[in-house]
Design a protein around this ligand. Structure first.
Ligand SMILES: [Fe+2]
Ligand SMILES: [Fe+2]
Length: 371
């Protein structure tokens, strides 16, 4: 008995030599070549055939080799699959490199970072400033923060504990990570929609959002907000994201000015926090180590402390202050982003390092930037 079941499938094909593949129940494959205008595929089952007398050659065809290769690759993949759901293990996250590597700052420049303020110059600036003051009032109420007037920094009623600092910082960073993402997203969609280039703003805006989220993730290693705080973050993000999104569609220039003012406040907050540590008002942070995620992102030394970390974060904030005030001075759909490419024109230009911030803490005017 040679054939117990047999069927044929025919379809149009080339008039040159083609192949008919005959396979048996014992996984032997024979390839016959013959001339025909039809491609024929026949599968024949031979349950009682004698293997020693079989005419079928070993599976040495190219298809057979490739099948064996796929099989071995699949087996290799199977052995690498970790059955413990390792994707969810927190320590695995730290293995991935930063999407936007931090540019790196030196200690002298970080030490020279100072509080600065952009005086509103026109009606749009005043809108941005008043909007920021309104947001800040809500923010201070939500975190129970009272900023001391000059000369009252050491007054006990203005003392902020480490827990209150972390509460304020986490709230601040969770909001601060929104504008860059909204601005980058809107400009990305605009580029797709209008079929034109973006002048390199998107990357800087997304990098800022990433940097703010790294701030948040770092401080989240030091605290664990309760359900009330998480509820507040949910509401605040919902309101702020949608408001900022609509505002960015209407007038992105005012939005960048607003972010510039927001970052001014961030520099004020971190400067006061550093001063409090140096005065010994936050004893738990005197020699507290820095979370690993921060050491890796800012390339900090192993013995770095929270105070060192705050210098880095404050330097980032002052850079956001400069960048957003500069972007607020530019023509949004015409001008290139001066931070994406530094033109060598014989005079100082905006750059990613802190040097351009020391000379221009609240941004660069349009006519200072090389074309
Ligand atoms: Fe931040
Ligand atoms: Fe910032």
């Amino acid at each position: 008995m040679l054939v117990t079941s047999k069927y044929r499938l025919a379809t149009l094909a080339t008039k040159s030599n083609v192949y008919s593949v005959v396979g048996s129940a014992h996984n032997r494959i024979r390839v016959h070549a013959f001339s025909t205008s039809f491609w024929r595929r026949t599968i024949t089952a031979t349950p009682h055939s004698d293997p020693t007398k079989s005419e079928a050659p070993p599976p040495a065809t190219k298809q057979g080799e490739q099948l064996e290769r796929f099989q071995s690759l699949a087996e290799a993949n199977t052995t690498n699959v970790n059955r413990d759901n390792d994707l969810a293990k927190p320590d695995r996250h730290d293995l991935s490199p930063a999407a936007w590597a931090h540019p790196g700052f030196n200690f002298i420049d970080m030490n020279n970072v100072a509080v600065a303020h952009h005086e509103p110059k026109n009606f749009a600036d005043k809108i941005a400033r008043n909007a920021l003051l309104t947001v800040r009032w809500c923010f201070d109420k939500a975190t129970g923060y009272k900023h001391p007037p000059p000369g009252h920094e050491d007054d006990p009623k203005y003392i902020v504990t480490d827990k209150q600092w972390l509460q304020r910082i986490v709230f601040l960073e969770s909001i601060a990570g929104v504008p860059g993402m909204v601005g980058g997203m809107v400009r990305h969609l605009q580029s797709l929609r209008l079929l034109r280039r973006d002048r390199a703003w998107i990357e800087t805006l997304l990098e800022e959002a990433y940097n703010e989220r790294m701030h948040l993730l770092t401080f989240m290693q030091l605290t664990n907000p309760g359900i009330f705080m998480r509820g507040m973050l949910l509401i605040a993000q919902g309101v702020f994201f949608n408001s900022f999104f609509i505002a960015y569609l209407v007038n992105p220039r005012i939005c960048h000015r607003f972010v510039g003012y927001l970052e001014e406040e961030a520099v004020v907050t971190y400067t006061r926090c550093i001063n409090d540590i140096e005065k010994g008002l936050i004893p738990s942070w005197d020699n507290a180590p820095v979370p690993d995620i921060a050491k890796k992102y800012w390339k900090m030394a192993d013995n770095a402390t929270i105070k060192d970390l705050l210098y880095y974060v404050r330097a980032d904030e002052c850079k956001h202050r400069e960048v957003n005030h500069t972007l607020g001075n530019l023509k949004q759909n015409v001008d290139r982003n001066p931070y994406a490419f530094v033109v060598d024109c014989g005079r100082e230009q905006p750059a990613k390092d802190l040097k351009s911030n020391i000379s221009h803490p609240v941004g660069w005017d349009r006519d200072e930037i090389a074309a």
